[in-house]
Design a binder for this molecule. Structure first.
Ligand SMILES: [Zn+2]
Length: 349
């Protein structure tokens, strides 16, 4: 069908294949010597406001606060150039923007969260990779908050990761931010990644740094627990399992109340977490007023990556764990029927 987009300066790009879709838009490959993609948002609730939002983000690229965030290596798929579709007759043009193609440096974040995808796409990843990814994510979120940006819809689908644990973030156009006196509100939220105070809140309830910090704690837990959501599990109070959000609202979480949920025996053992991180998780999930910030997580996670804090299992070199635990948690898990970091992926595949 050959979609073409044009920039305000008149530069045109031919779009190639559709490479992704989200709640608000579609991402396409772009014919360009540089590694670029284009995001198009067909039906924003207020098209004029959406165009202004993209234009402001593009302009903010040159502001000191943003220049620091955009320093290489690329961590943010920040809007580079506003574009709109051209050439169609009888249809309204669709707005969007051109940004860096994160696939050049990263894998989808979700690939680090399941055993099969880890083996296929990030075969050298261990728990140390997960720890580094958690640190990179916490550090990035802390920096964004320090510069006045709120992500609002922090979730695996908006994130990227590589085998060394570097983390990237996309969907910058859905953030909550201000430009001068104008507020560009974040509206998006995703089941399973929403802070309890925003679950069921009226549409339009803006996100804040504390709601981002809740999602950060969820993601750090998923990283360190081989994908396990901290609010996973069947309620033990006689109710049916409805959703992560329902468990969030009722405080059903293995870390804060170990009797509140039933989980399969084969999930990673809770005691694989270093003590200082358990404390942060408990604060994050138990009390909205005392959630650790990205900066606080970054300090604690950095301490856990320090020399001497990690141990490699004698049985399986892919089993990496904290020195606080005298024996290997992944071997324990394997003994109960599942191994999140199985040995030698090629041979077993
Ligand atoms: Zn082991």
């Amino acid at each position: 069908m050959g979609l073409t987009v044009v920039s305000p300066g008149g530069h045109t790009w031919r779009l190639t294949e559709r490479i992704g879709s989200g709640s608000e838009g579609f991402v396409y490959g772009v014919e360009d010597a540089r590694a670029l993609v284009a995001k198009l948002v067909p039906d924003p609730p207020d098209p004029e406001a959406y165009r202004r939002r993209v234009a402001r983000l593009v302009r903010q690229r040159r502001e000191p606060r943003t220049v620091v965030l955009l320093a290489a290596p690329v961590r943010l798929a920040w809007p580079m150039i506003p574009v709109r579709t051209a050439g169609g007759t009888g249809t309204d043009p669709v707005d969007g923007y051109v940004m860096a193609d994160m696939r050049r440096a990263y894998q989808p974040f979700g690939h680090l969260l399941t055993t099969s995808a880890r083996r296929a796409f990030l075969p050298r990843a261990t728990w140390a990779t997960a720890l580094h990814a958690a640190l990179a994510l916490a550090r990035l979120l802390g920096e964004l908050h320090a510069e006045g940006y709120v992500v609002g819809d922090l979730k695996p689908d908006n994130l990227w990761v590589d085998e060394s644990g570097r983390v990237g973030m996309a969907d910058v156009d859905s953030w909550h931010f201000t430009d001068g006196r104008e507020v560009f509100p974040g509206r998006m939220r995703t089941p399973g990644y929403t802070a309890p105070e925003r679950v069921g809140a009226p549409a339009g309830t803006p996100p804040d740094t504390a709601s981002d910090d809740f999602a950060l704690a969820l993601l750090v837990h998923q990283l360190l627990m081989a994908g396990l959501h901290p609010f996973a599990g069947h309620p033990t109070d006689g109710s049916d399992y409805l959703s992560y959000d329902d468990n969030v609202l009722h405080g059903r979480c293995r870390l804060t109340d170990r009797t509140s949920v039933l989980l399969p025996r084969s999930v990673p053992p809770a005691d694989l977490l270093p003590r200082r991180l358990v404390e942060l998780f408990r604060r994050a999930f138990a009390n909205p007023l005392h959630r650790p910030t990205g900066a606080e997580w970054a300090r604690a996670l950095a301490a856990e990556t320090a020399p001497g804090r990690l141990k490699v299992c004698a049985v399986n070199a892919r089993h990496v764990h904290t020195v606080e635990r005298p024996w290997c948690p992944w071997c324990d898990q394997a003994g109960r029927g599942d191994d999140s970091y199985p040995d030698d992926p090629q041979e077993e595949a």
